[in-house]
Design a protein around this ligand. Sequence first.
Ligand code: G3D
Ligand code: MG
Length: 219
Amino acid sequence: MAADSEAPGAGTRGHNFKVVLLGEGCVGKTSLVMRYVEDVFNSKHVTTLQASFLNKKISLGGRRVNLSIWDTAGQERFHALGPIYYRASNGAILVYDITDQDSFEKAKNWVKELRKMLGADICLTIVGNKIDLQKDQTVDTQVAEEYAESVNARHCYTSAKLNQGIEEMFLDLSKRMLEKAQRDTEQRLASEFGSSRRNVVVVEDGEEAQETLGRSSCC
Ligand code: G3D
Ligand code: MG
């Protein structure tokens, strides 16, 4: 049995990861999802979107990954996101607008909130959106990068308008979530079979673990 199929969020058809988007209203969260999933910008659909999540299937090194990308329907304006929004998230994208210092401060609050709800058990990416408006940038790059590093998050820039940096941002987050799921699986296997570790074989690239003698011998 490949451990991969037992990893959190993994099924026989691949991994399922939940990703939540957080950030101040108007920073471009919905635009980023719509650009990534449907390759549109500023369509009417953007403003009327009420769905809680959109799916995107990608392939990572031959593995199938399904991303459920959760977007708010504007509740962030009232700071009224319920726990169901965060629950069981594998990754979070904290978006700020590079021309709006206040939105960067708000992104920091979302990081605190996430840590409170989910602990350190989540992959974080902090995104400076609207990089097409670089001439009006007010959030300092070095400050943003140092902050991201201090909370163990990745920092990157995107433009939903010009479709810049978005694929790369989701790809990088997906890779980190996959690596984390694999690490968790290995740890789980190691603790499950702790006393009989000889019976657990982790293949060389560390990507897949297989249990061998432990169960097969008793079947
Ligand atoms: P939200 O979901 O975070 O609330 P939206 O944000 O996706 O609704 O976007 C808010 C506004 O920012 C929209 O403009 C949208 O077109 C604009 N926007 C989103 N991403 C970008 C970007 O990368 N560059 C620029 N220049 N604008 C962007 P309107 O005018 O419809 O309010
Ligand atoms: Mg929105």
